[in-house]
Design a binder for this molecule. Structure first.
Ligand code: NAD
Ligand code: MLT
Length: 535
């Protein structure tokens, strides 16, 4: 088989591929038509962050089996296009975590003690001893935005240096934070309290521009460290905040566009320490990610399971036709439950009733988790969802019973935080027609698709009219509706299928009515998140 490597990786990885009998060609920094020509007859492509693996690459490479990312971030790979072309995408998420955490610590010290600036001046012959009065880390508060793999390692290291830890990560369980000695706080509190704020989220539509002028103003007098992804912090806002003294300093390893342009504003501010995306650049980390990705390429060629596949299902082929219809159903139930749940998810329970309970449902449960995490997470699929749950300290339970009172098969996904939860039940009607049939205590009959609005209200006259009018005024067309209630005059639930998204102000208007208990707008297409609002 032919493996094309277009970003430099450690020799150990190349050697492993050659030892396994494969041909390895390198075309470092190839782009545009050169890349398309080079990949044309490749069976595997190995990249880091430098190569943009677009739809065109998959079109140009009909024999491609796998794209391996020697590192974590896959923002440079079009995973949907890979899936469409039947190409596995795999990464090496563990190998450089320690290196990234250590670089973050180094950057924190560099900013706190102005090490690069003092170094530069001394090299220029200046003994600028009195110009630099550093900040001790001991006793200061470290705000951590994103307490995943790297964030946790940073917490361990800087916590052991005497820093107080305040973390914001809506998807991490309290127990995991407790183990690290970190206090889980809201985003604003994290900004307010941080003497040093370090960012460790992926770059997603939700985190893009997460930290800009207002957030930097909240951190007045502090330092910002970004060794995650450039787009998470607004570069112009950061340069301005350090330049005008709002922040004491910053340290940045990653940029929105890399290699960074010489006129990037961050390069012009003296109190901003910069490095050229060096977080993972240690010998050990590079060797680790290179051998990890080489092993996965070899496994893919041999049709063995690929350890960190981001888009490849691994299911027993003979059972697949029986469970296939339930994969999408479980994912949908998970998505609806996650979007309706307002708390910090710490438990997910997936219950199977009826015929489906006879099957091996591991992949179906993984699909339910994918549904739960997708509105919240980055690069989740049914393959990596169980691992994501484990890493986040989320307890996942699976229950089965052959008995089902009302349906041939019923899947119920319950998302909770230990005290509160949301229960969503789904089934397939004749012809494989998916339906949401339970939401919390309510029996409903709702077709899950596109945009939905779930309204819980007191059963009083005029509520349906109110909602219809508000949606109509917002030019939102109602495609279908199901209304159910507990008792006359008690509580009721209405589920709407809509042709268009509901504008926020329309949700607010509905919510403001005293007959409304809560409103949730749900998006089922594109994996996008949605808001919940309670009275
Ligand atoms: P991870 O997936 O293990 O952790 C990311 C965490 O961010 C998760 O816990 C997630 O719940 C949280 N998160 C997601 N959205 C959030 C939001 N809106 N607010 C707060 N938290 C949110 O990822 P990781 O392996 O720890 O990597 C973290 C980042 O570091 C990634 O962007 C990765 O690409 C980057 N990275 C950079 C280098 C480098 O060379 N500089 C090296 C390794 C990783
Ligand atoms: C990663 O995503 O793994 C890092 O950004 C490191 C890198 O590949 O340079």
């Amino acid at each position: 088989m032919r493996v094309l490597v277009t970003d430099p990786i450690a020799d150990a990885g190349l050697d492993r591929l050659r030892t396994a009998g494969h041909t390895v060609d390198t075309a470092y920094d190839a782009e545009g038509s050169d890349l398309l020509a080079a990949v044309a007859d490749a069976n595997a492509l190995i990249v880091r962050s430098g190569t943009e693996v677009t739809e065109a690459v998959f079109e140009a490479a009909p024999d491609l089996v796998i794209v391996g990312r020697a590192g974590i971030g896959v923002d440079n790979i079009d995973i949907d296009a890979a899936t469409d072309h039947g190409v596995i995408v795999a990464n090496a998420p563990e190998g450089n975590v320690r290196a990234a955490a250590e670089h973050t610590v180094a950057m924190t010290f560099a900013a706190a003690r102005s090490i690069p600036q003092a170094h530069g001046r001394l090299r220029d012959g200046e003994w600028a001893k009195s110009d630099y009065l550093g900040t001790e880390l001991n006793g200061k508060t470290l705000g951590i935005v994103g307490l995943g793999r790297v964030g946790q390692e940073v917490a361990r290291r800087l916590g052991s240096l005497g820093m107080e830890l305040a973390a914001y990560d809506p998807y991490i369980g309290q127990e995991r934070a407790d183990q690290l000695g970190a206090e889980l706080v809201e985003f604003e509190a994290c900004l307010d309290r941080a003497d040093f704020l370090t960012v460790h989220t992926p770059l997603t539509p939700e985190t893009e521009g997460l930290i800009s002028t207002d957030e930097l103003d909240s951190m007045a007098g502090g330092y910002l460290i970004n060794c995650a992804r450039g787009g998470v912090v607004d570069e112009t806002a950061l340069a301005t905040a350090v330049e005008n003294g709002t922040l004491a300093g910053a340290a940045v390893d990653v940029f929105a566009d890399e290699p960074v342009s010489p006129d990037n504003p961050l390069l012009a501010v003296d109190d901003v320490v910069v490095t050229p995306h060096l977080g993972a650049s240690t010998e050990a980390a590079q060797e680790h990610v290179a051998t990890s990705i080489a092993d996965q390429v070899v496994a893919a060629f041999e049709n063995d399971p690929v350890a960190n596949a981001l888009n490849a299902p691994s299911i027993d082929e003979s059972a697949f036709p029986r469970i296939e219809p339930y994969i999408g159903l479980a994912e949908t139930a998970g998505k609806v439950a996650a979007q309706m749940f307002a708390g910090r998810t710490s438990t997910v329970r997936v219950r199977y009733e009826g015929d489906i309970a006879d099957e091996d449902v591991e992949f179906v449960t993984a699909s339910a988790l994918k549904g739960v995490f997708e509105p919240l997470e980055w690069q989740v699929n049914a393959v990596n969802a169980p691992k994501i749950a484990e890493e986040r300290g989320i307890e996942v339970t699976e229950e089965k019973t052959r008995q089902s009172d009302d349906f041939q098969s019923l899947i119920t996904v319950t998302v909770g935080d230990g005290t509160d939860d949301i229960v969503v039940g789904a089934t397939l009607f004749a012809g494989g027609d998916p339906r949401i049939v339970r939401i919390d205590g309510y029996r409903v009959d709702a077709r899950p698709s596109g945009q939905m609005l779930v309204v819980r209200n007191y059963d009083r006259p005029g509520v349906l009219g109110l909602i219809g009018t508000v949606l109509g005024d917002s030019e939102v067309n109602i495609a279908g509706m199901f209304n159910g209630r507990e008792t006359i005059g008690g509580e009721a639930m209405t589920v709407y299928n809509l042709d268009d998204p509901v504008p926020n102000d329309a949700v607010e208007t509905i919510r403001a009515d005293e007959r409304i208990i809560d409103v949730t707008d749900i998006t089922l297409s594109d994996g996008a998140g949605a808001g919940r609002s309670d009275d």
